[in-house]
Design a protein around this ligand. Structure first.
Ligand code: M6R
Length: 369
């Protein structure tokens, strides 16, 4: 069943280009517009939405954090993202014009289910983004957009995450399309880029051998830090979560802009710090700021592991290890930037002799509180 791979996780990492392509299939028409007829919330209702609230747990929550950047940019609708376990015990302000998006691979996560029930009781519409046909979360939602990752067996989520991102981009772009924002041309261009993105994921997978070799040299370390900014921040959180659950290492993700507000005190000689660098095109201000962050931490002894776009030469002098990713539109970068972090965590787990598919203390879906 593992298709020649040692672990399900390796197989599922390798399946990502197909999972991404399958999730896009039939959702972009010949004219390059999105067709999400399967989402049974009418365009008229979507035009009325005045707030989006995303609820999820774990890796699905990280997909939600990235979705916020896309939704607010392309639709100008305010978007909040909250851990389902926190949301359900607050007193969130929701109404009939709020659109709640529940993201879950399994469709059975108890906290996410309870959060969506809470939202429906307040009269909000709930759209599920889910990978498991007929599971409880889509059954109890007003509408569902299925991710087509296929069954995910390894406890650590990989291909489901990439397809959750694709689904979130589709929802953001579709909302932008039906509401007609000033970003119309950009939306058209991004839909086109999205339709080719599985090739970019494939190219990342072809260049992962140095990442594996690097991971093996770090197997004795206790701590790895991850830094990112903008959509790279949730990618950093996801890289850290993968490392915790698989390698049982102390791993933390930080927003790079927060370094000076505390985390920089953690930097010491030879501490591995993974930095996700935004594209030098687009939001180039952020790119330059992160390059200075890399300089600052390296001056304090950090071993910098830099994930940067092909052709980004500014990072070269400060990268102890450089991992290249293909050029993508800024908001889509997480689809390619996350892959090396998955491979990195998987290889570190193997090097430390851990059970990759079934890490200690964890279950694939958390159906209890
Ligand atoms: O099935 P769900 O997407 O609702 O699961 C949510 C989390 O339990 C899940 O993403 C968990 O964090 C993964 N093990 C992370 O790799």
């Amino acid at each position: 069943e593992k298709g020649g791979y040692d672990y399900f996780m390796l197989k599922e990492i390798a399946e990502q280009p197909k999972a991404v392509a399958d999730t896009l299939l039939g959702r972009i028409d010949a004219a390059g517009s999105l067709t999400l007829d399967e989402v049974r919330i009418s365009d008229a209702e979507l035009r009325e939405v005045d707030k989006v609230v995303i609820v999820a747990c774990g890796t699905a929550f990280h997909a939600g954090l990235i979705a916020k950047y896309a939704i607010e940019h392309w639709t100008r609708i305010p978007c909040e993202v909250e851990l389902a376990s926190e949301f359900r015990y607050r007193d969130p302000i929701l109404g009939a014009r709020s659109l709640v998006i529940a993201i879950s691979q399994s469709g059975e996560t108890m906290d996410t289910l309870m959060a969506l029930r809470h939202a429906r009781q307040q009269g909000s519409k709930v759209l599920a983004i889910c990978n498991t046909n007929g599971s409880t979360i889509p059954r109890e939602s007003d509408a569902v957009l299925y991710t087509h990752a296929g069954p995910e067996v390894a406890v650590a989520s990989t291909k489901a995450f990439l397809t959750q991102l694709v689904a979130c981009y589709l929802v953001a772009l579709y909302l932008g399309q039906v509401r007609g924002t000033k970003w119309g041309d950009e939306i058209t261009a991004v839909i086109r880029d999205l339709s080719h993105i599985s090739g970019a994921v494939e190219r990342v997978l072809e260049t992962m051998e140095p990442v594996r070799a690097l991971a093996r040299t770090l197997a004795h370390k206790n701590t790895v830090l991850f830094l990112g900014r903008h959509v790279g921040y949730p990618v950093a959180l996801e890289g850290a979560l993968k490392l915790k659950e698989l390698a049982y290492m102390h791993a933390e993700g930080f927003a790079a802009g927060e370094l000076k507000h505390g985390p920089i005190a953690l930097i010491e000689e030879d501490l591995p710090v993974v930095v996700v660098v935004p594209s030098p095109r687009g939001r180039s201000v952020l790119h330059d700021k992160i390059v200075s962050n890399i300089q600052e931490i390296r001056a304090r002894g950090a071993r910098t592991i830099v994930i940067a776009e092909e052709g980004d030469e500014a990072v070269v002098p400060y990268a102890d290890h450089l991992i290249r990713i293909p050029v993508t539109p800024t908001l889509l970068q997480p689809l390619v930037a996350t892959v090396p972090l998955q491979v990195f965590a998987c290889e570190l787990a193997t090097a430390r002799g851990n059970e990759v598919d079934q890490p200690r203390n964890l279950a694939k879906s958390v159906t209890v509180e």
